[in-house]
Design a protein around this ligand. Structure first.
Ligand SMILES: *Cc1c(COP(=O)(O)O)cnc(C)c1O
Length: 219
């Protein structure tokens, strides 16, 4: 099934949009199956599981994305191996990543995660916080600002989802105009299993799809 799912999604995905297969809670063998269908980009949201899978699959040429909450005491489990940390959601985490990058001679590619859904609990920056950070971007010498990530409201109401995506998409375009010197600020990571086709209408450059590839997660 995994291979068929990936092939079906790729058929509908414009070639310039990057598919991150979200493999959290699924075993390394599931990733090998996806790999056999040509998938190379995978996303995980828990540092321990991320590190374990990186180790178990180091014989494959994979591109790892971190998409979950990252505590500053877990950076070393994630940062050496992550192609892109999509879920930077606090100033404190940003500062800690900068310190780690400086200490380790690395430039870490990140997306700023924005709060766009209706849920109170959903983490992420507000627009004014993102602006405040990007006006100071050049101070973060060991961070590469690659764009924005967001999760739409968890709802069946397509209008609400469209409103969430429209807002982050407009803000992304505004930031690209405002900060032309940030030449890597090109990625808009929106869209999951339930709403990725809608996200394409709003300029998604990355979609993060778990359930529609691997099936339901056993928590
Ligand atoms: C789990 C997760 C996804 C994938 O969700 P599905 O609905 O299973 O596709 C995407 N993005 C983030 C940040 C996630 O935590």
């Amino acid at each position: 099934m995994i291979q068929e799912n990936i092939i079906a999604i790729n058929k509908e995905l414009p070639p310039e949009v990057k598919l991150v297969a979200v493999s959290k809670f699924h075993p390394a063998e599931a990733i090998r199956e996806a790999y056999a269908a040509g998938q190379r980009r995978f996303g995980e949201n828990r540092p321990q599981e991320f590190a374990a899978k990186v180790e178990a699959l180091k014989d494959l040429d994979l591109e790892w994305h971190f998409i979950g909450h990252l505590q500053t005491n877990k950076l070393k489990m994630v940062l050496p191996y992550a192609h892109l940390v999509q879920s930077v959601d606090t100033q404190h985490l940003l500062d800690a990543i900068q310190d780690w990058g400086k200490a380790n001679g690395r430039v870490v590619s990140i997306l700023l995660e924005m709060h766009i859904g209706a849920e109170e609990t959903k983490q992420g920056f507000k627009e004014e916080e993102v602006l405040d950070i990007l006006f100071r971007a050049e101070k973060f010498k060991n961070i590469r600002f690659c764009g924005l990530m967001g999760m739409a409201s968890h709802t069946d109401c397509e209008e609400d989802i469209r409103a969430d995506f429209a807002r982050i998409s407009d803000f992304f375009a505004y930031l690209r105009d405002l900060f032309p010197e940030l030449s890597d600020f090109k990625e808009l990571s929106i869209g999951m299993s339930g709403d990725w086709k809608i996200a394409l209408d709003y300029g998604a450059t990355i979609v993060r799809i778990g359930t529609a590839i691997f099936g339901d997660r056993q928590y």
